[in-house]
Design a protein. Structure first.
Length: 282
């Protein structure tokens, strides 16, 4: 536009030069309306301030990266944005602080149920040792009672142990029937004999036991002769020392051992002795 243009001159004349014109010189001249620039933009536009802000942001991002790396050294994890982490922490703090003054009764503590104990492995059960079984008592025969039959069994068992023949058993049983009636007798002459188990007493000198053997004649001690098994063994041993006793009668064989004053008395017991020997060896 030419400076001699009247309109231009008019506009120029309408705007006198004042101190405010210096300030107006900073206004935008783009467009129809003029908007004054904000002071803050001028500050942000300064180079030193921009450098300081960039440095601060870089430090914050470095701290977040270091904290995330320290939180999990083994497994990599995504670093959550700083703003989201701050919001979550604020929400947790707000939730913990929101407590009512009217609190409910605390629920009962539920204890974990005890775990079932493992069933112990069964171990070998040690069986108690069996009690020794008492031998069956023989059933009495031939008119004998139980005590007589028990003594007869001892005489037969010892004879079988010594491998004596059946006839020797009959001779021994006949002798005991005649001498003591198959009872283990003490002697009134030997008070010591009464100290041992016995089934009565006799008075024929110092004779004791089933076979009325005399300690004074060398058959054994009183204690030995009062044991039926020892007395029977002593009788069989003496019988074996009689030459040809197997061919003798029961009376002769018994008399050869006992040297009794009544040698014929043994014969009366032969039948019963045979029955008892058969019953005990069946």
């Amino acid at each position: 536009m030419h400076p001699a243009d009247p309109s231009s001159q008019k506009l120029t004349d309408a705007r006198p030069t004042t101190p405010s014109d210096d300030a107006a010189s900073t206004e935008r001249t783009i467009g129809r309306h003029r908007v004054p620039e904000r002071p803050g933009r001028a500050l942000l536009g300064s180079t030193p301030l921009r450098v300081a802000l960039a440095t601060g942001v870089t430090c914050c991002l470095s701290l977040v990266a270091v904290a995330s790396a320290r939180g999990n050294d083994d497994t990599p994890r995504t670093v959550e944005p700083l703003a989201e982490a701050v919001a979550d922490r604020a929400a947790i703090a707000d939730e913990r602080a929101s407590r009512s003054l009217d609190r409910d009764v605390a629920p009962a503590r539920i204890l974990p149920s005890p775990t079932a104990k493992p069933t112990p492995t069964p171990t070998a059960v040690r069986k108690a040792p069996k009690k020794p079984v008492k031998p069956r008592r023989p059933r009495p025969v031939a008119g004998l009672d139980q005590a007589q039959m028990d003594n007869a069994k001892i005489i037969v068992d010892v004879g079988l142990e010594m491998k004596m023949p059946r006839r020797a058993l009959v001779v021994a049983l006949s002798t005991a029937m005649q001498e003591s009636n198959l009872y283990n007798l003490a002697s009134d002459v030997l008070p010591e004999s009464a100290e041992y188990p016995n089934q009565g007493s006799g008075s024929d000198h110092d004779s004791v036991g089933l076979f009325q053997q005399r300690p004074s004649s060398g058959w054994g001690t009183v204690a030995q002769l009062m044991r039926p098994s020892y007395a029977a063994r002593a009788f069989y041993t003496a019988l074996n020392e009689i030459p040809g006793w197997q061919d003798m009668s029961v009376t002769a064989a018994a008399q050869a051992v006992q040297i009794s004053a009544y040698p014929d008395a043994y014969a009366q017991h032969e039948d019963r002795a045979t029955t008892v020997a058969a019953a005990l060896t069946a």
